[in-house]
Design a protein around this ligand. Structure first.
Ligand SMILES: [Zn+2]
Length: 264
């Protein structure tokens, strides 16, 4: 209910008090909202949970709210649209995957197409905190200059469970991902340079080139593959079943597709 000094709702007030690109701590943000209206504390607290895009329980608890806040690992808030976080994260990981020896900041920005050096630095910090990236000194794979580089940490090396029997290996998931990439290439001749896999799937879904169910399955496969490659995740029997069934559905769609795709 609108209780703002300018007739705005609590959610509208929150959106207005954060400047695009600004990262604000909880106490500061809370104070700014208090100045904008007469909401009680628990209303404001609740909004500062329900409006967070990257807080999975909130997405379940408030399925109808339209979230627009991105919560950083250190508890500070930012407007989500301005962060572009998911796509930046994916673009950065993909660019580094293509150059396993590492890239300097400048070349990483060019090949990842993350707009703004500040955004790139912030994403790299988050990826480093998540143990996915490491800074090293060496020759940049692109410009060949001797500089401070960012490179992916090698996945799966130190994991004691890596010898555990699984019936789906990391290499198989990588192969599946490459195959999905070939399917997308055939649907989409106008590939946008620097576009990440999931952004591409979403774009093709929105332009009706990919059916919704197939797009969902591809995003799931991509997520599992990324967790396996970058986060030392070991697929268990349930995920294996998901992967097998998703591939069966994609195969069935492929063979019945009017586009008569042949991606083998
Ligand atoms: Zn370079």
């Amino acid at each position: 209910m609108p209780k703002g000094t300018r007739g705005e709702t609590c959610a509208e007030a929150i959106r207005q008090v954060i400047k695009p690109g600004e990262v604000v701590g909880f106490t500061e943000l809370f104070g700014r909202i208090r100045e904008r209206g007469t909401w009680n504390n628990s209303t404001i607290w609740q909004h500062l949970m329900s409006l967070v895009v990257n807080l999975p329980p909130a997405r379940h608890h408030w399925p109808h709210s339209k979230p627009f806040l991105f919560l950083h690992a250190d508890g500070r808030y930012e407007l989500y649209k301005e962060t572009g976080y998911e796509s930046y994260r994916e673009k950065t990981l993909e660019a580094l995957e293509a150059q396993p020896a590492g890239l300097c900041e400048e070349c990483l920005q060019i090949s990842s197409r993350v707009s703004g050096m500040d955004n790139l630095r912030r994403i790299c910090e988050v990826l480093q905190a998540g143990n996915l990236l490491e800074p090293v000194q060496g020759k940049c794979s692109n410009c060949r200059r001797d500089r401070a580089l960012m490179r992916l940490k090698r996945a799966m090396t130190a994991n004691p469970q890596s010898n555990a029997p699984v019936n789906l290996t990391r290499d198989e998931l990588i192969e599946i991902h490459l195959r999905l990439g070939r399917i997308l290439d055939q649907l989409d001749s106008a590939k946008i340079r620097g576009e990440g896999f999931s952004s591409r799937v979403i774009r093709l879904r929105e332009t009706d080139l990919l059916p919704g169910n197939i797009a969902c399955l591809m995003l799931t496969l991509n997520g599992l593959r990324n967790m396996t490659v970058h986060e030392q995740f070991i697929v268990g029997p349930h995920e294996v079943a998901v992967v097998r069934n998703a591939m069966a559905a994609i195969d069935a769609w492929e063979s019945s597709s009017p586009l008569s795709i042949k991606a083998h």
